[in-house]
Design a protein around this ligand. Structure first.
Ligand code: GDP
Length: 291
C-alpha cells in the first residue's frame, strides 16, 4: 500500500523522536497519546499496564525498544479478531448497514470495485429506497465500478422487495456476490430495525446472508459507536467497516471498537476514491499507528 500521512500516528511520533531513554515523562506522554488517538480509557490502561510490566521485566531502558514492544502489543490485540470475509456461498449476500452519512454507499462502490479485481461477478441492490439521492448515488458508484444494480421501481418502494429482487437476480444470473445498501435513518430507530429484520427474512427465503457489515465513521470515534449500538443489538452484524481513517486522528478507535463490540474489522476506508478501500491487516495497521 502507498505511504500515507496518518494523522493519528503523529502523537506517537513526537514521543519516539524525543529523548532516547525512558523516563516517567515518556509514560505520561504515552498515556496522553493513547487517549488522544481514541484508544479509550480501558484499552489505554490495559496497554500501558502490560507494557510497563514488560519493560520492567526485560529491563528495557530505550524508548526505541519500548516502541517496538508497543507495536507488537497493538498488533497482537488487533489480531485477536478474524478479518476474513465470508464469500464462499454463491451468491454471497452482503448487507451493509449503518447510520446515514458514515459512508455506506461509497463503501459499497469501493467494495464492488475491490471484489471485481478478484474476477467476481457482482450485483448491488439499492434498498435504501426512501432517499432518491441514495439510489442515484449508488447507481453512479455501480457504473464507476462496472457492476450491475437493482433499483427500486419507485421512490419509497418496500426495501425488502428490492433486496428480494437483488438476490433473485443474483441467483438467476449466477452472480458471485450481491451487496445490498440499506437505510440509516436513526430518528426512526425501532422502524428501521424492523425494516432490516424484514429485509433479512425475505433474503433468507432464497439464500443465506453471508455478512452483515456495519459501517462506522472513524472520525466520530467512540461517539459514533454509541449511535450504532442499535445495529449491533438487532441487525446480526458480522463485521465492521471503518471509513474516513484518512482524515482521522483517532486510529486507536480501530482497537477500541473491536474490543468493545467483540466484532472484527473487515474493511477499512481511507479516502473518497474508488481505490481507497482495503482489507484489514493488523500488522500493517499496528505499524501505521505506532510508527
Ligand atoms: P452514507 O449516507 O452512509 O451512504 O454515506 P456516503 O457514502 O454518502 O458518504 C458520506 C460522505 O463521506 C461522502 O462525502 C463520502 O465521499 C465520504 N466518505 C466515505 N468514505 C470515506 C473515506 O473513507 N474517507 C473520506 N475522506 N471520506 C469518505
Amino acid at each position: 500500500m502507498a505511504e500515507r500521512s496518518w494523522s493519528f500516528s503523529k502523537a506517537f511520533r513526537n514521543i519516539f523522536s524525543g529523548p532516547a531513554l525512558i523516563t516517567e515523562d515518556t509514560w505520561d506522554e504515552l498515556e496522553t497519546a493513547l487517549i488522544t488517538a481514541d484508544f479509550g480509557p480501558d484499552v489505554s490502561e490495559a496497554i500501558l499496564d502490560n507494557l510497563r510490566a514488560e519493560v520492567e521485566r526485560h529491563r528495557v531502558t530505550e524508548v526505541k525498544e519500548m516502541r517496538s514492544m508497543l507495536r507488537d502489543a497493538v498488533e497482537e490485540r488487533l489480531a485477536a479478531y478474524d478479518p476474513t470475509l465470508r464469500l464462499s456461498e454463491r451468491p454471497a449476500v452482503i448487507l451493509v448497514v449503518g447510520v446515514n452519512g458514515v459512508g455506506k454507499t461509497t463503501t459499497i462502490g469501493k467494495f464492488a470495485n475491490y471484489l471485481k479485481t478478484f474476477d467476481k461477478k457482482i450485483i448491488v441492490g439499492a434498498a435504501d429506497t426512501f432517499r432518491a439521492a441514495a439510489v442515484e448515488q449508488l447507481a453512479t458508484w455501480a457504473d464507476r465500478a462496472g457492476v450491475d444494480i437493482v433499483k427500486p421501481q419507485q421512490q419509497g418502494q418496500d426495501p425488502a422487495a428490492v433486496a428480494f429482487q437483488t438476490v433473485q437476480r443474483a441467483i438467476e444470473g449466477s452472480y458471485d456476490i450481491a451487496i445490498i445498501d440499506t437505510a440509516g435513518r436513526l430518528q426512526t430507530k425501532g422502524g428501521l430495525m424492523d425494516e432490516l429484520g424484514k429485509v433479512r427474512r425475505v433474503i433468507e427465503k432464497q439464500a443465506p446472508v453471508a455478512e452483515v457489515l456495519l459501517v462506522l465513521d472513524a472520525t466520530t470515534g467512540q461517539n459514533g459507536l454509541a449511535q450504532a449500538e442499535a445495529f449491533i443489538e438487532h441487525a446480526g452484524v458480522t463485521g465492521l467497516v471503518l471509513t474516513k481513517l484518512d482524515g482521522s486522528a483517532k486510529g486507536g478507535f480501530v482497537l477500541a471498537v473491536q474490543e468493545k463490540t467483540g466484532l472484527p474489522i473487515k474493511l477499512v476506508g481511507q479516502g473518497e476514491g474508488i481505490g481507497d478501500l482495503t482489507g484489514f491487516t493488523p500488522h500493517v495497521f499496528a505499524q501505521q499507528l505506532v510508527g
